[in-house]
Design a protein around this ligand. Structure first.
Ligand SMILES: *Cc1c(COP(=O)(O)O)cnc(C)c1O
Length: 369
């Protein structure tokens, strides 16, 4: 059953979230079928890229699109596209961009690592990152003063990892870019709304395929037609080592179709977490409750509060035992220091809440013996 066990990898239960480190998403069967069917046949890849562009346009409200191997590849390719455009000589010269407009303006508070570094992805596309403002404060003038004859684009990051206050809005960045006739690139990797940033007027918007979209390892850029054509053309240049194959494109498109028809699973997820909490009731020193996502999204997680004196060990220890056991259970443990861990129902496969309950009971018993 478990594909990874045959290679000696421990089975994993993901109760944490969509994370690249745990393999992104576990895709639906129709998405997996699309990947498999595409892998077993041939296609003119440039035809398929253009068709994918049209499908991405339909899903996002943009003029056109470009599939990528991930959001981070999308960052590099989008930057390359605004610097080299569709000029084959320049496409072949990147990431050497000396003498070209190559500066990419980013607010310092947006330049947080997502697993790698924003400036690295920009550099792969031939861009020079110009960070403006302070980590917790950007003023409008910081952006305007940074824009000059060498500026190629303004880059906006939407993520829970970046500074959430003190930053200038996308609207301010778009206005500053418009005055100079420059494009705005948005990294919206993990966002759920595929239309919002295009509707706001951004020229190039980047998403991850394996996060909210629940696709295979992949990504997309959507935006203005001339830039999207230029993005696809970068596959003859810096895009080559980050290409997405026919399988990835097919899976991404199947995930996009599925995303358009998605139903709200949040009530069902909440019921599963209520079941888990009920199963754990009676363990002295462990208190379960349902909490809604901090950002107000319809995500209902099980919050497990550990009373160390009563339970005999603390929340960090519980998270660690869960993670190092078999199966390896990854919870949201960033607040374990405060005595709390969370179970996120979204990435759980059917029935895994039962495995989590059983494992927690086992750990409690073995620790208390
Ligand atoms: C996850 C993430 C990325 C990287 O996405 P990949 O698809 O893994 O390449 C980039 N930026 C942000 C804000 C992210 O959350």
């Amino acid at each position: 059953m478990n594909r990874f066990a045959q290679y000696g990898c421990r089975p994993v239960i993901n109760a944490s979230g969509k994370m690249t480190a745990l393999g992104g998403s576990a895709v639906a069967s129709e998405v997996a079928a699309a990947v498999g069917e595409a892998a077993m046949d041939y296609v003119d890849v440039s035809d398929f890229m253009e068709a994918a562009g049209r499908a991405i346009a339909g899903a996002t409200g943009a003029e056109d699109g470009c599939p990528t191997s991930g959001a981070s590849a999308g960052m590099a390719i989008a930057v390359a596209a605004v610097i080299a455009g569709s000029d084959p000589k320049l496409i072949g010269r990147l990431p050497d961009s000396e003498g070209l407009r190559n500066e990419i303006v980013v607010q310092k508070g947006h330049s947080e690592p997502f697993g790698a570094f924003v400036r690295q992805m920009i550099a792969l596309g031939g861009g020079r990152t110009i960070e403006v403002g302070e980590p917790d404060l950007t003023e409008e003038r910081h952006i305007r003063e940074a824009v000059n004859d060498r500026t190629a684009a303004l880059f906006y990051v939407k993520s829970h990892r970046t500074a959430q206050s003190g930053m200038q809005s996308l609207e301010v960045m778009i206005a500053a870019a418009r005055e100079r006739g420059l494009p705005v690139i948005v990294d919206a990797a993990a966002e759920e709304d595929l239309r919002r940033y295009i509707a706001a007027g951004a020229e190039l918007v980047i998403y991850s395929g394996a996060k909210a979209l629940e696709g295979p390892t992949s990504g997309l850029i959507c935006g203005r037609a001339d830039y999207m054509r230029a993005c696809r053309e970068q596959y003859d240049g810096i895009g080559r080592p980050m290409k997405i194959g026919k399988e990835g494109i097919a899976g991404l498109l199947a995930a996009l179709e599925r995303y358009a028809d998605r139903t709200d699973e949040s009530e069902r997820q909440k019921e599963r977490m209520l079941w888990l909490i009920e199963e754990l009731r009676g363990i002295e020193g462990l208190r379960g409750s349902i909490v809604q996502d901090e950002a107000g999204r319809a995500i209902y997680r099980a919050k497990l509060e550990v009373d160390e004196a009563a339970l005999g060990f603390d929340a960090a220890r519980l998270a660690e035992r869960l993670k190092t056991g078999e199966p390896a259970i990854y919870t949201r443990s960033h607040k374990a220091g405060l005595g709390v861990i969370y179970v996120d129902p979204r990435p759980l496969l059917p029935g895994q809440e039962a495995a989590i309950a059983a494992r927690i009971k086992e750990i409690v018993q073995s620790q208390q013996k």
